[in-house]
Design a protein. Structure first.
Length: 103
């Protein structure tokens, strides 16, 4: 379940980066458009892009913190339970080996 959440968050961050890049390109392409409405729309888009960049950075920082915490927890578990960890790793390796040999 956690892997699926991580994949979804990574995809969301990637999609958000693409949207930001596309919006920035659109702003550059329409920079020569005159008029009060065009300027107002550009200002609103720029403000939303700025907020999107902040949100993206926040998401990235949260993802890094969660990954560090998970790594730290796994490290502590292995240090506290070395034999159990070895047994689990051996069991997982055996199951993977059996699955691979079936093909």
């Amino acid at each position: 379940m956690t892997d699926m959440n991580t994949i979804q968050k990574d995809k969301l961050m990637s999609d958000l980066r693409v949207v930001i890049a596309d919006a920035e390109e659109l702003l550059r392409m329409t920079a020569d458009q005159a008029g009060e409405k065009a300027a107002d729309v550009r200002n609103r888009i720029e403000a939303r892009l700025h907020q999107a960049r902040i949100d993206l950075l926040s998401l990235q920082e949260a993802a890094v913190e969660k990954a560090k915490a998970a790594g730290h927890a796994a490290d502590e578990y292995v240090h506290d339970n070395p034999w159990k960890s070895i047994g689990i790793a051996a069991g997982v390796g055996m199951v993977i080996g059996l699955l691979i040999s079936r093909r």
